[in-house]
Design a protein around this ligand. Structure first.
Ligand SMILES: [Zn+2]
Length: 392
């Protein structure tokens, strides 16, 4: 919500009045200098919204504050009017702390709904950063959300594969619950999220393959060229449940320069719903955006969420660092998923990350069943995955 600075107001004072960590207020107002706030300047207060209230006969501000579970100080801070001159019928604003869900999770995401939810979160909690790290073949933004202020940099992505988009919902739900936990001052499974915030800078790319996800969850593209292309690649079939690739039939998780040639030689030789590595490594904009992100940022650890199988792949050609095993054992303990060190597979995002950076990289296969997993599995999968997110 917006707050108009009144004479003498400081971020420190606002932090006390609204019981929000000072740091979150400062991070929510990146272009303001906390030492030179001007009267009349508008600042962002995270995790709150404003409710309009019309003064009734017999009202006192004290009673209004009691009935709305707020404080007189908060009402004074928000309403830049002479509150003693209020008359019946006048309107004031009551600040409300968000303590309930602001997103609903009841079906798989289309790109539009995903974007709408992201905007809702970043407006409500302006201390998170939303960046566009690239665009899909059909020019949809690929979004990265960054939350936290710690020295440890952890990256998590989802929906590399089109028919695995329940992973986007899992990441969004974690982000939502994390923000709500900071706002409401409630730990998650005993983890103090304020402390988590100060220890970990978390990078999330919840939807790497938005065109592919829309093909599954929205339907055939409106664009005629791509509509004909995908039907052609799918051999005339209009059921795309088997589709993992991007919109032009390249499997994004076979695009990375980690023994790419091996996959090139033994996998599909032309655009396909799955398993076509492309004509060269890193030809697809979605795969390039992820490689560039990793190249720019100094991630200590990456996790790529896929479905299904309840397993965690964690090694690549003996190049994984020593601490990778300790971490995966903890992931396994909290999720019940089985760690698998080596598998005969190359050219994946985590393979390339381990090979090039010699840091821990994981492919986590969430849930069990036939892809696309139905949304009815969501709550169970989220509960299984939550501990992995919370592992420091
Ligand atoms: Zn996958």
């Amino acid at each position: 919500m917006d707050l108009v600075i009144q004479p003498g107001m400081t971020f420190y004072q606002i932090s006390n009045i609204f019981n929000i960590p000072l740091q979150l207020i400062i991070l929510s107002n990146p272009y303001k200098n906390p030492n030179t706030l001007r009267v009349g300047e508008v600042v962002n207060i995270p995790g709150h919204f404003l409710e309009k209230y019309t003064i009734q006969p017999g009202d006192t501000l004290w009673r209004i504050s009691q009935e709305h579970q707020t404080s007189l100080e908060q009402i004074y801070a928000i309403n830049d009017v002479d509150l003693y001159q209020l008359r019946i019928g006048d309107t004031i604003f009551i600040p409300k702390r968000i303590e309930e869900d602001i997103l609903t999770f009841n079906e798989l995401y289309t790109f539009d709904r995903f974007e709408e939810d992201l905007f809702k979160l970043v407006t409500t909690y302006p201390y998170i950063t939303l960046k566009e790290i690239g665009q899909s073949v059909m020019n949809k933004p690929i979004y990265e959300v960054v939350i936290g202020n710690g020295d440890k940099h952890v990256h998590v992505n989802g929906s590399f594969h089109a028919n695995e988009s329940i992973t986007t919902s899992v990441i969004m739900r974690f982000l939502h619950d994390y923000l709500l936990s900071l706002s409401a001052n409630q730990p998650i499974r005993g983890v103090d999220m304020k402390q988590f915030f100060n220890e970990i800078t978390l990078s999330l790319v919840p939807m790497v393959n938005p065109d592919g996800v829309d093909l599954l969850n929205k339907g055939l593209p409106e664009n005629e060229y791509y509509r004909e292309l995908v039907v052609d690649i799918n051999k005339g079939r209009t059921n795309f449940n088997n589709w993992k690739a991007n919109i032009r039939g390249v499997d994004l998780n076979n695009q990375y320069p980690a023994n790419w040639e091996i996959e090139k030689n033994r996998k599909r030789q032309q655009p396909s719903p799955r398993d076509y590595p492309g004509r060269a490594p890193l030809t697809e904009p979605e795969a390039i955006a992820m490689a560039e992100l990793v190249g720019r940022e100094d991630f200590d650890r990456v996790l790529a969420l896929h479905t299904q199988g309840k397993v965690i792949y964690w090694g690549y050609e003996g190049l994984e660092p020593e601490n990778a095993q300790k971490i995966v054992n903890e992931y396994s303990r909290v999720s019940g998923y089985t760690p698998i060190r080596y598998v005969d597979s190359h050219a994946g995002f985590k393979d390339w990350f381990i090979q090039d950076y010699r840091k821990p990289g994981y492919t986590v296969e969430l849930g069990r069943g036939t892809n696309p997993l139905p949304f009815s599995h969501f709550n169970k999968i989220y509960e299984e995955t939550l501990g992995i997110f919370l592992t420091n």
